[in-house]
Design a protein around this ligand. Structure first.
Ligand SMILES: Nc1ncnc2c1ncn2[C@@H]1O[C@H](COP(=O)(O)OP(=O)(O)OP(=O)(O)O)[C@@H](O)[C@H]1O
Length: 370
């Protein structure tokens, strides 16, 4: 194996990237400075002024668009970062540059200490990529055989292949469909197999593009739990793009928001929510019609339907929790069913700039009521 070993850490970065790090460490203040220092100690991703232009048709003429615009950020080993933004913001283009699929127009990028384009083959041994919409499995082969081929591609010896496959099969509960051809899998099963395929070679960095898109609530929850465990046990760094706030909330300790190719926010999710004032909404179905559930601390009553049979209460996650709101509602009425509507990422991004009105999008039910 020619790539750097997992324990050896990244190879030396360019002088420009190193001096950018020094500059940030010396400029920052207090907690932020410490966080940057930790993050930068063992950087897995480093970009500096990373830029990518495309030439596109505009009627009869051609024009240039800047998909990624002077993006500078660092992701430290073992962290989990959500990379979010509206459609067309530049997320996929960034990921393609991080993984060596696209050549930057200008700027610098190092992934696992390697130059993604020049060192693409070595990088493939350090990085696992999961694209929610695309498969890296062989459609007509049983899952087990796809894993065998991937293990051979990555040059895993028999013992390592067996140990890692067993671990992933067990933790992702794939035993019952290992002999099934990929084309016959349900979406939830296929996503588990995709994640296992991307992680088979124990990459230091896993990039997930919309990993939970289209999954039912239970499958989402299982996949998220697996990723949390993988990170805890192996120190794997996660970078994920998603339109599902639940993914960010449960998986990521840092959020990068990209808007029109530029880094618009770098911080925690609560920090982002506080900045844009994003609220979640508890929707309750009651056993009997009743009066409006107003006056519950930390909530704003949004609407009542069918003489109060269904009611919607907005709450700020900074001030209270879904469980507390539910307890207060239950003390006043008999709750039959509930769901939580989480802020829509597109709206959060929009609010970051314009303060436009918030609209909710239903995601998980019940699961976050704690
Ligand atoms: N190969 C390409 N040729 C021309 N333009 C492109 C190409 N790839 C991306 N773009 C443009 O670059 C911009 C950023 O696209 P990108 O796919 O990176 O966004 P995104 O944030 O991943 O969006 P989505 O969430 O919809 O996947 C868009 O305006 C897109 O149309």
């Amino acid at each position: 194996m020619s790539g750097p070993s997992r324990s050896s850490g990244p190879s030396r970065s360019s002088d420009a990237l190193s001096s950018a790090r020094d500059e940030r460490v010396s400029k920052g203040g207090g907690e932020e400075r410490a966080a940057y220092r930790d993050r930068d100690r063992d950087p897995i991703i480093e970009t500096r002024d990373l830029t990518r232009d495309f030439r596109v048709r505009d009627g009869l003429r051609r024009k240039q668009i800047r998909a990624v615009d002077a993006m500078t950020f660092t992701v430290g080993a073992g962290s989990a970062v959500g990379y979010i933004g509206a459609n067309g913001a530049g997320k996929s283009t960034t990921i393609k540059m991080l993984t060596g699929i696209l050549v930057p127009t200008s700027g610098e990028v190092r992934t696992c200490g390697l130059r993604p384009v020049e060192d693409r083959r070595r990088l493939a041994r350090e990085v696992g990529v999961v694209f929610g919409q695309r498969s890296q499995l062989w459609w007509d082969l049983p899952v087990r055989e796809s894993f065998g081929i991937l293990a051979a591609i990555h040059g895993l010896d028999a013992a390592r292949e067996r140990a890692r496959t067993d671990e992933l099969v067990d933790r992702l509960e794939m035993g019952e469909f290992l002999a099934t051809p990929v084309r016959q899998l349900s979406l939830g099963q296929r996503m588990r197999a995709e994640v296992a395929a991307a992680l088979l070679h124990s990459p230091r960095l896993v990039i997930l593009d919309e990993p939970t898109i289209g999954l039912d609530v239970l499958s989402k929850q299982r996949l998220r739990e697996f990723l949390v465990e993988e990170r805890r046990e192996h120190g794997t760094t996660l970078l994920l793009t998603t339109h599902d706030m639940g993914d960010i909330e449960r998986l990521c300790d840092r959020v990068l928001v990209v808007d029109h190719g530029r880094l618009a926010y770098d911080g925690t999710l609560p920090g982002l929510s506080a900045k844009v004032g994003a609220q979640r909404v508890l929707v309750v179905d009651l056993a009997e019609p009743g009066e409006d559930l107003t006056g519950i601390p930390g909530t704003q009553h949004l609407a009542s339907e069918a003489q109060g049979l269904q009611q919607r209460l907005a709450f700020d996650a900074e001030q209270t929790t879904a469980a507390r709101v539910l307890a207060a509602v239950s003390a006043r009425a008999d709750v039959r069913d509930l769901s939580i509507e989480e802020p829509d990422i597109e709206d959060v991004v929009r609010r970051l700039y314009s303060g436009s009105p918030w609209r909710g999008r239903a995601t998980d039910t019940g699961g976050s009521a704690g």
